[in-house]
Design a protein around this ligand. Sequence first.
Ligand code: DGL
Length: 278
Amino acid sequence: MSRAGDASRPIGVFDSGLGGLTAVKELRAILPGEDIVYFGDTGRVPYGSRGRDIIISYARQDIAFLLAKGVKIVLAACGTVSSTLLPEEATGLPVEYLGVVAPASAAAARATRSGRVGVIGTEATVASGSYQRALAGIDAGIVCTTAACPLFVPLVENGHFAPGDRMAEWAAEEYLAPVKAAGVDTLILGCTHYPLLAGTIAAQMGPGVTLIDSGREAALALKDRLEAAGLLARTRQLGKADYYVSDEPTRFHQLAQIFMGGADDVPARRIEIEDYHL
Ligand code: DGL
């Protein structure tokens, strides 16, 4: 018997806002029978420009909310939280807690041929050094170049992500210059908002650079963890997904469908996240 005890419980996923939906989209594709509870902290986004203590206290409230929903595992589908509240430091939780850093780093180490890997993320993610440590732990020969892209999250949250969006293109040109100059052949999208900008980022990086989607890699790792723990849902029925946010849900509702690839309607309910504590 696992710690969570019941394979029919939902998977809990959270992010500071919409970005974690890129992981939910992957989870729906690879684990269609699973129920999912998603929390997007739209009232407190962005996390990536905040200090460590605030990010950890927000993350603990987000986890507390998901635990109150009875989840069997928690995925921090947020590069910032994954880099700040590390899975090995989040001890004492009643269920397993995963982040995006380890799975994305493993995928990048597999993908690179030159050993030059780039990482883009929020200021907090880059300052934490989480990806450098994870990549060095896999292969000490990997040379890692990082770049913070602080305007990418607000651009995405405000709908500026379609290929050809001039504001997104301008930001990408500025921010990606150091990783381009380093000649990376693999670029980790170390923030779960960034897959929405993948077209713009790929155009800027040029051909021959593999983009690693951290949300997708985390979703695949989560499937492995559920399998190993005997916690995969035993059903042939399509699972349901419930979405919760901490601000009024209109904008989330408008943009979430795009994040999810247009497939699902994504109605969200507002909750008072400050009421939850571990
Ligand atoms: N999706 C979050 C991440 O992966 C966005 C961070 C933020 O809110 O600044 O880092």
